[in-house]
Ligand binder design. Structure first.
Ligand SMILES: Nc1ncnc2c1ncn2[C@@H]1O[C@H](COP(=O)(O)OP(=O)(O)OP(=O)(O)O)[C@@H](O)[C@H]1O
Ligand SMILES: O=c1ccn([C@@H]2O[C@H](COP(=O)(O)O)[C@@H](O)[C@H]2O)c(=O)[nH]1
Length: 211
């Protein structure tokens, strides 16, 4: 998908040495990834790309080829095949024309990692992985509270159990994979959002990802 646009914009970016910088943002459901990303956007001018939001947007498009599949995967807390997610991310990066991106909620499993490495890894500079560490009980309380108003099909206890299971069995190993490469910055996400952000801000001020 989107190969024509993507080849052109990749060539332009390379010619002008504008390789996009990417920070992966990971953590359990309700750890506060989206909340912290908004603050980073405000203060550091990153573009926030939530893989979940991109999938929900795609699901809501009338006549989308993948609408039903995405709906089922989200309800079941399962991870959508990487070809779909990765092409949505690639298009969003290319179309924005910007330099710095927070890729929130991706890569979530080995299939995501392999697909990203195949298509995107050489086109971007992975700065680091921001990991919001938060225990299941706190995440559960946050999500159930959010569920009262979010309208999300997966902000309920049944879906949440499945999402946590997927997170523990499939996403945690991805965080460990990056930790072995010394790329993970772990943040204690149990504190109030403003306190969490103080630590996040200091990481970004120090240029955590500068290599
Ligand atoms: N540090 C915090 N303390 C208390 N509540 C928080 C904190 N951070 C976020 N929240 C609230 O918890 C809920 C989940 O936060 P958020 O949407 O940022 O999490 P997330 O990790 O992006 O979740 P998901 O992966 O399910 O989209 C929201 O209602 C948010 O307002
Ligand atoms: O890379 C991704 C990101 C998300 N999903 C699916 O979407 C839901 C919700 O994700 P949030 O990050 O909480 O918005 C997630 O449970 C998956 O079903 C995905 O498949 N791949």
């Amino acid at each position: 998908m989107f190969t024509g646009i993507s080849m052109f914009t990749t060539a332009v970016r390379q010619a002008f040495k504008m390789t996009p910088n990417v920070v992966f943002v990971l953590g359990g459901p309700g750890a506060g990834k989206g909340t912290q990303c908004q603050k980073i956007v405000e203060h550091f001018g990153y573009v926030h790309l939530s893989a979940g939001d991109l999938l929900r947007e795609e699901r809501n498009k009338p006549g989308s080829q993948y609408g039903e599949l995405i709906e089922t995967y989200i309800k079941e807390g399962k991870i959508v095949p990487v070809e779909i997610t990765c092409s949505l991310l690639e298009r969003a990066i290319e179309e924005s024309g910007k330099k710095n991106f927070l890729v929130d909620g991706f890569p979530r499993n080995q299939n995501n990692l392999d697909g990203w490495n195949k298509v995107m890894a050489d086109k971007v500079n992975l700065q680091f992985v921001l990991f919001f560490d938060c225990p299941l009980e706190i995440c559960t309380a946050r999500i159930l509270k959010r569920g009262a108003t979010s309208g999300r099909v997966d902000d309920n206890i049944e879906s949440l159990k499945k999402r946590f299971n997927t997170y523990s069995t499939e996403t945690k190993p991805i965080i460990e994979h990056y930790a072995k490469q010394n790329l993970v910055k772990t943040i204690d996400a149990t504190r109030p959002a403003e306190e969490v952000y103080k630590e996040v801000e200091s990481l970004f001020r120090k240029g955590a990802g500068d290599k």
